[in-house]
Design a protein around this ligand. Structure first.
Ligand SMILES: NC(=O)c1ccc[n+]([C@@H]2O[C@H](COP(=O)([O-])OP(=O)(O)OC[C@H]3O[C@@H](n4cnc5c(N)ncnc54)[C@H](O)[C@@H]3O)[C@@H](O)[C@H]2O)c1
Length: 210
């Protein structure tokens, strides 16, 4: 199994990516029903594709009405595990870490930021939203107390690997890495790299071809 396939996602990858987009969209709209035609139009795909994607969910549409949105959201929530709340921590209380700590949308995704850490003595004790910035010496205590499995890395690239090693040593099982550094981690650790350059490169490519 290749490194990329290490963590199976139980539905085909393109379907999984589309289901994520439907979910994010459906959570924002305040309607009772949505048809596969409407969803397809929104995402510029064929209605058959939407219906095929929904075969991975325990849901059927109603003739002339479509899919009941709250049920759809519930089923998608089961697929993404958002109904179970996971506590997470952030390391790096700089620009990005602070913005993420204040982001109100996480709870809808079934995650809650319980603490933010930094190694800069000037930042420790200051507030980011309602959270007081903690020193790294509190890491183990917080991870145990709040049963934290997810850590977000928001430190400069030269510190990212060292922070990843520390998080893993203290019990973190999954890392959401915002630094541009590819992390070396044991096989059992889940790493999701948030590549901020990917979106802008797509835009630049399209603009360059126009
Ligand atoms: N700012 C953005 O919009 C953005 C976007 C995408 C990715 N990133 C990436 O995210 C990371 C953070 O970016 P930023 O703009 O927030 O940087 P920043 O300099 O504003 O913040 C980094 C913070 O990490 C802390 N830090 C450094 N080493 C540490 C360590 N070993 N342990 C704990 N804390 C430590 C610093 O004290 C600082 O508070 C970088 O790797 C950057 O490339 C930033």
């Amino acid at each position: 199994m290749s490194k990329k396939d290490k963590w199976p996602i139980y539905v085909p990858k393109p379907t999984f990516e589309r289901l994520k987009k439907y979910y994010a969209y459906l959570m924002q709209i305040d309607e009772d029903y949505i048809s596969s035609d409407e969803l397809a139009k929104k995402f510029n795909i064929k209605p058959e594709q939407v219906r095929k994607d929904f075969t991975y969910l325990d849901i059927t549409g109603k003739p002339k009405k479509g899919y009941h949105i709250p049920l759809l959201v519930e089923e998608l929530g089961k697929l993404f595990g958002t109904r179970v709340l996971e506590n997470l921590i952030i390391v790096g209380a700089g620009n990005l870490g602070s913005a993420l700590a204040k982001y109100m949308g996480f709870e809808k995704m079934g995650v809650k930021v319980v603490a933010i850490f930094d190694n800069d003595p000037k930042k420790i004790g200051s507030f980011v939203g309602e959270l007081s910035v903690l020193p790294l010496s509190f890491l183990e205590r917080v991870i145990k107390r709040f049963k934290v499995r997810i850590g977000i890395i928001c430190v400069p690239e030269e510190s990212a690997q060292e922070v990843a090693n520390l998080l893993i040593k203290k019990g973190i099982k999954a890392i959401w890495n915002f630094s541009p550094v590819p992390l070396k981690v044991p096989e059992t650790i889940i790493v999701e790299n948030q590549d901020i350059t990917s979106g802008i490169l797509t835009i630049k490519h399209i603009l360059a071809k126009k």
